[in-house]
Ligand binder design. Structure first.
Ligand SMILES: [Zn+2]
Length: 111
């Protein structure tokens, strides 16, 4: 029994260590399916982007609301850098495809 308890403690430590940089799970109030594409949403671990986003990022965020609401592969974290590196967001495969097309069509020529 003691062997199993030690093993469980190690598993708990690994779980906490691997997830300690996750700030928050933002999927709790999301629907089961993407309202735009009716595709099942999955959970996605994405980087938090600290600092001032580029103009292109602002344009993408504005387009995302109507064109690809569940395709974010980053989260804007503000100017104050925290220890948190990731958040959990919902993702839709059709939104990701639409976002990738939007990025190709709208990418600034200098990037
Ligand atoms: Zn979608």
């Amino acid at each position: 029994m003691k062997k199993h308890l030690g093993f469980l403690l190690i598993l708990c430590f690994i779980f906490v260590a691997c997830n300690s940089n996750i700030k928050e799970d933002y999927t709790k109030n999301d629907p089961i399916n993407c309202p735009k594409h009716d595709v099942a949403l999955t959970k996605n671990k994405v980087d938090i982007m600290y600092g001032m986003p580029s103009e292109f990022v602002f344009q993408e965020l504005a387009a995302a609301d109507s064109l690809f609401p569940y395709a974010k592969d980053f989260s804007v974290g503000g100017c104050m850098i925290e220890d948190s590196k990731y958040v959990i967001l919902s993702s839709c495969t059709a939104c990701v495809e639409a976002r990738d097309i939007w990025r190709k069509e709208n990418k600034p020529s200098d990037q």
